[in-house]
Design a protein around this ligand. Structure first.
Ligand SMILES: [Ca+2]
Ligand SMILES: [Ca+2]
Length: 327
C-alpha cells in the first residue's frame, strides 16, 4: 500500500481547490488529490462508445453492468427507463421497484472503456440543471476518504441530458478513472452526493456509491443488486455493496471489457462471484466489512474469479452513503 505523493500535486489542482463548492478539504484529502488527478492527454485519447441502441441514456456497454437490456429502454416494463431508475435509485430489473416522489436523487455505476474505468453518475434534478445544486465527488481507499475537486470532475466529464418520465431531464455525467488506482489500493469505493442549496443545514439529500476491486489484474465492480437500492424517503442512498454483491469484471489488464479478451483463463465463464459480507467496524463514513461467504453462481453473462471463494475472511472498506447526506 503506497502513500499518495504530495510532490506530484500540480499547481492547477491546487488552484482548482479554491473553486470547489464543497467543504474545505482536510490536509490528508489535499495530499490525496494528486492520486486521483486526471491526465488530460490520456483523457483526450479516450473514445467514448456512445452507441445507445435503445436511447435510454445508458450506452450499450453500460447496460450489462446493470443487468439491463441494451435493446429495451425500460427493461422491467414499469414505465421508467433504465437510466432514470439508476438516477432515482429504484431497481431497473424489478417491476415493483419504482422511483419515489422526490425532487433530487443520484445513482452511480461504472464500466470499462478502452483502457480506462468510466464512472457514471445519473442525476435527477427536476430542472435538469447543475446550477443551484450541491455536488460532491470522492472516494475511499486505503483507509481514507478523499474529495475530488468538483470543477475538475465536471471539466473532465461528458454531460448528457435525457428526458425523464415526468417531462424533466436527467443528467448523465461520465468521467474516466485510471484502473491503476484500483489496482494500487485493491479496493476503492467511489461516491457522489447531490443536493439543492435551499437549506444550508442539509447540503446533500441523496448519495450513491460504487465499489471497484482489483483481482488478478482485472477491475471488478460490485454490481448493483436489488438489495442495494434504497427506498426514497426524505433522503435517498444507494450503496453498491451493502452486505451482498455480484462481482462482475469490467476491465482486464489486457484491455477490453470484462466480457472480452484478457480475462484470466482460470475464471469461469457464464458465472459471477456472489459475495456476502458483514460490517465489522466503522470510522466516520468508512465501514470495514468482512467477507462471510463467496461462491461462483451460474446464470450470468460474466466471469467468476478463481479467487472468489478464497476471499472469505478478507476485509474491505466501503462508504456509508448515509454519512454523506443530511449535513
Ligand atoms: Ca441504452
Ligand atoms: Ca424500468
Amino acid at each position: 500500500m503506497q502513500e499518495p505523493s504530495r510532490s506530484s500535486l500540480s499547481a492547477r489542482a491546487l488552484r482548482s481547490l479554491a473553486d470547489v463548492t464543497v467543504a474545505v478539504l482536510p490536509a490528508a484529502a489535499v495530499a490525496g488529490v494528486a492520486l486521483w488527478a486526471w491526465q488530460p492527454g490520456e483523457l483526450a485519447a479516450q473514445v467514448t462508445n456512445s452507441l445507445d441502441a435503445d436511447a435510454d441514456g445508458l450506452v450499450d456497454s453500460q447496460e450489462p453492468v446493470l443487468g439491463t437490456s441494451f435493446l429495451d429502454p425500460d427493461t422491467d416494463a414499469d414505465g421508467y427507463f433504465d437510466a432514470e431508475e439508476l438516477a432515482r435509485q429504484s431497481f431497473p430489473l424489478d417491476v415493483l421497484s419504482v422511483p419515489a416522489a422526490r425532487q433530487i436523487s443520484v445513482g452511480m455505476s461504472a464500466r470499462g472503456e478502452g483502457e480506462s474505468v468510466r464512472m457514471v453518475a445519473a442525476l435527477y434534478t427536476m430542472d435538469g440543471r447543475l446550477a443551484n445544486k450541491n455536488l460532491r465527488f470522492g472516494a475511499a481507499a486505503g483507509g481514507r476518504l478523499v474529495n475530488f475537486p468538483v470543477n475538475q470532475v465536471l471539466a473532465n466529464s461528458t454531460i448528457q441530458r435525457v428526458a425523464a418520465s415526468d417531462g424533466t431531464q436527467l443528467l448523465i455525467l461520465e468521467w474516466d478513472i485510471s484502473p491503476r488506482i484500483v489496482h494500487q489500493f485493491g479496493y476503492v469505493s467511489f461516491f457522489v452526493a447531490l443536493g439543492d442549496d435551499d437549506d444550508p443545514n442539509y447540503p446533500y439529500q441523496s448519495a450513491a456509491t460504487v465499489d471497484l476491486a482489483s483481482d488478478s489484474g482485472v477491475v471488478v465492480i460490485a454490481r448493483t443488486d436489488a438489495a442495494n437500492v434504497g427506498p426514497g424517503g426524505v433522503f435517498t442512498v444507494q450503496s453498491q455493496n451493502s452486505g451482498h454483491s455480484l462481482n462482475q469484471p469490467i476491465l482486464s489488464s489486457g484491455g477490453g471489457g470484462g466480457n472480452g479478451n484478457g480475462i484470466p483463463s482460470d475464471w469461469e465463464s457464464g458465472e459471477i462471484c456472489s459475495q456476502n459480507s458483514s460490517a465489522v467496524g466503522s470510522s466516520g463514513a468508512l465501514v470495514t466489512n468482512e467477507v462471510t461467504s463467496a461462491d461462483c453462481v451460474s446464470g450470468y453473462d460474466s466471469y467468476c474469479s478463481s479467487q472468489c471463494s478464497s476471499s472469505v475472511g478478507s476485509t474491505f472498506q466501503t462508504i456509508d452513503p448515509v454519512a454523506l447526506i443530511g449535513g
